[in-house]
Design a binder for this molecule. Sequence first.
Ligand SMILES: [Zn+2]
Length: 195
Amino acid sequence: MIFSMTGRTHDLAAFTTLTYFIATQHVPHMSLGTAVTAFAANMIGGLMPDIDDATSDFWQKIPAGSFFGKVLHPLIGHHRMISHSFVGMAIAGYLVHLLLDAMHHVLLVDMTVVWWALMIGYASHLVMDFITKEGIPWFFPIPIRFGFPPFKFLRIRTGGPLEQFFIFPGLIAVNGYFIYVYYPVILMFVRGIGK
Ligand SMILES: [Zn+2]
């Protein structure tokens, strides 16, 4: 747990990135089903890179997850390895695409929107871990961890007070900013859902 940011920080980061996209990109109109599924997918994506941490929130949130987490752990490897890299993100994107493709006959939602929402969450997770002391191996299998800012002492410690009292409220503020500045766009988006 020491090496993971808390799940709620990642949830909020994923949501903030989603808000950014809704505010600034021309997000297509969608059904309520698509919006709800995309929202859930965004959260799942935001926790997904920690699939390699048996104790992470990702596994806690799915039924029997802690069991599967422990079983899969030796297969996926150590925490913050492949799943926290460009290669890992590409593989996850491909697998999720296959999964959504297989589901699209049972679940009548816009899978492209759902896929994007999930990947936006995934990317937000990597960016958040990037600013922590541990950094992440963007270019896995090259075993170098990168962090931002480049000097380790300037980065935040995961789960530490800075995350709790600065990053988390900071993300809320960023959300508030987007909603305030892009209020008409966001309102139009929300009103357009299901129409
Ligand atoms: Zn992580």
